[in-house]
Design a protein around this ligand. Structure first.
Ligand code: ZN
Length: 104
């Protein structure tokens, strides 16, 4: 997956390899690991959460602490997951706009 000029590899990993996390974003290795034993709703939240970590680091958005980044990413991840779940037509709208943007 491309994130602000970097290509991230995404792997779906067994819970025992996940260090008590549902997802892990490793900027240096441009890697995202996702626990493969989640409900679809949990996995959506986790995927958005880890993508937001990659985004804020790629854009060099500064946070006062690791905990502050985690709190912001956690809330935005959960919020975006809820918006997409409650409004699937928004994803279809995004899809159309992206297709048109790529063809424009
Ligand atoms: Zn996190």
């Amino acid at each position: 997956m491309r994130v602000i000029g970097k290509t991230y590899t995404i792997d779906y990993c067994p819970t025992e390899d996940m260090e008590d996390a549902l997802g892990i974003c490793t900027m240096a290795e441009q890697h995202i690991a996702i626990d493969d034993n989640q409900t679809p709703a949990e996995e959506l939240d986790t995927f958005i959460h880890e993508t937001l970590h990659a985004l804020v680091r790629g854009m060099r958005i500064a946070f006062p602490s690791v905990e502050a980044e985690e709190a912001v990413v956690d809330r935005f991840g959960a919020g975006l997951a809820a918006i997409f779940t409650d409004n699937p037509e928004v994803l279809r709208y995004f899809q159309r706009l992206v297709r048109e943007a790529n063809n424009g």
